[in-house]
Ligand binder design. Structure first.
Ligand code: SAH
Ligand code: F3S
Length: 436
């Protein structure tokens, strides 16, 4: 192990998804318990953690180049740890290429930071049966919102995806623990709960076999939960019971992130997404039938091996049909060990870029129209504080995650739900006036 003195300040650099953000909150909570303070930058930190993401290309190169940069910190005596999905994926190989790294720790070992810091393991990449989910210590950055993991890992085998390798098989947390964590978060003033997992709707309580719809109803009924959100849902796991639970509880956001990935059934089959275009559209229609005000966002991949012009046109037409408020779109990238490597080369890079640009153009128009359609409506906004750009204006989030800036006569308490009359739309945000 490192010969550096016992470090007392830390800095964590976080890439990637919300699960990684939450892992950083957990790591920081544990470090605080051990007496560490957060440093304002890596330059004055005694312990530097890189919490990496490997979902898209070049993450390995990015990590090694960051590590190269951190050599200077090492020379002044800092300890360096690599966490997250690239740590899981590369393991020992990181130490071979960057021997000055003190430890490597995968996402299954976030609860075991103590062991790693004390030198009991230099490369911790196995998936312990007991994940030691230390929720009391989580260092939550938001005063109004708490993110709560309900399920770790993923049992789906989407052919493009590295997550099942880096985060392991699904492990659901006991519903009892989740409810206790939610109640604790509420007691600290948080009013919005966001349930997190790679596939939240595959949740099954290991103690009671309660499913995701039971959990949704249970959390929605915890006193003080003003708002409940969740992500990510897999389309093939959306059930009528889950939708009924959403409908029955007014504090569950009328919003769902539902990754479609492609509008072409033949691409979806090769991605092993477990639904086709028609099935996806029927899920959206069923949800709209049950909850007419529900809104959707999604993820899309372009340039998957074998994606033809016709396949891509189907993705565009699906976006037109569903009209997602927002989308996250990515060029397909080859990930080590994934099944899609055997499906041939990705679409030519220039063509993929052109497709991605067309997709963004279409979505920009849909997003604009979505935002303009809010004009004149009254929407509930969870007040988070003054706007960063203009402190004289209040700011918060709508149910479907848009930033809403608004004027109000009396500044509400942080965490209050305020009805806002929307006057207009800006780039990616809405503005209006609180209804008195
Ligand atoms: N569990 C979630 C998210 C997984 S990763 C789900 O079920 O969708 C987040 C997003 O990254 C995916 O939805 C996908 O759109 C994108 N992604 C994952 N692997 C990718 C790859 N190899 N190339 C490009 N995008 C990818
Ligand atoms: Fe990845 Fe598919 Fe699971 S996108 S996280 S394998 S649902």
């Amino acid at each position: 192990m490192s010969s550096s003195p016992d470090p007392k300040t830390y800095y964590i650099e976080t890439w990637g998804c919300q699960m990684n953000d939450l892992d950083t909150q957990r790591l920081s909570g544990q470090l605080t318990l051990r007496g560490f303070r957060r440093a304002s930058s890596e330059h004055d930190a005694d312990l530097i953690l890189l919490n990496t993401c490997s979902v898209r290309e070049k993450s390995e190169q990015k990590m090694f180049s960051e590590l190269g940069r951190l050599r200077a910190a090492k020379e002044r005596g800092a300890r360096i740890g690599v966490c997250g999905c690239v740590a899981q994926q590369e393991g020992e190989a990181i130490l071979a290429r960057a021997p000055y790294v003190d430890f490597v720790m995968g996402p299954g070992n976030v609860g075991y930071l103590d062991d790693v810091l004390e030198g009991r393991a230099r490369v911790a990449v196995e998936f312990p049966d007991d994940r030691r989910y230390d929720w009391i210590a989580i260092d939550r950055p938001s005063a109004v919102r708490a993110q709560v993991t309900i399920i770790e890992g993923c049992n789906k085998n989407c052919t493009f995806c590295i997550v099942p390798t880096t985060r392991g098989r699904e492990v659901s947390r006991p519903m009892r623990d989740i409810l206790a964590e939610v109640a604790h978060a509420i007691s600290t003033g948080r009013v919005e709960i966001e349930l997190l997992g790679q596939t939240v709707n595959a949740y099954v309580c290991p103690e009671s076999s309660a499913d995701f719809s039971d959990l949704l109803s249970g959390v929605a009924r915890v006193a003080g939960v003003a708002r409940l959100r969740f992500m990510t849902s897999h389309p093939s796991e959306v059930t009528p019971r889950m939708v009924a639970a959403m409908r029955a509880n007014a504090n569950i956001c009328r919003y769902i992130h539902l990754p479609v990935q492609s509008g072409s059934s033949s691409v979806l089959r090769r991605m092993k997404r477990l639904y086709n275009r028609e099935k996806f559209l029927s899920i959206v229609a069923m949800m709209r039938e049950e909850i007419p005000t529900i809104r959707f966002s999604t993820d899309v991949i372009v340039g998957f091996p074998g994606e033809s012009d016709e396949d891509f046109e189907q993705t565009l037409s699906l976006l037109e049909e569903v009209r997602f408020g927002s989308i996250y779109a990515f060029k397909y990238s080859e990930r080590p060990g994934t099944a899609s490597l055997r499906l041939g080369a990705p679409v030519d890079d220039e063509l993929s870029t052109a497709r991605l640009n067309r997709l963004f153009e279409l979505q920009a128009r849909i997003e604009r129209e979505t935002l303009l359609a809010y004009e004149g409506c009254v929407v509930p906004v969870l007040y988070e504080g003054p706007s960063r750009h203009d402190p004289s204006v209040a700011s918060g989030k709508s149910e479907d995650n848009w930033t809403v800036n608004f004027h109000c006569q009396d500044v509400p308490a942080v965490g209050t739900l305020v009805d806002v009359h929307v006057i207009g739309a800006k780039h990616h945000s809405l503005f209006g006036k609180a209804v008195s």
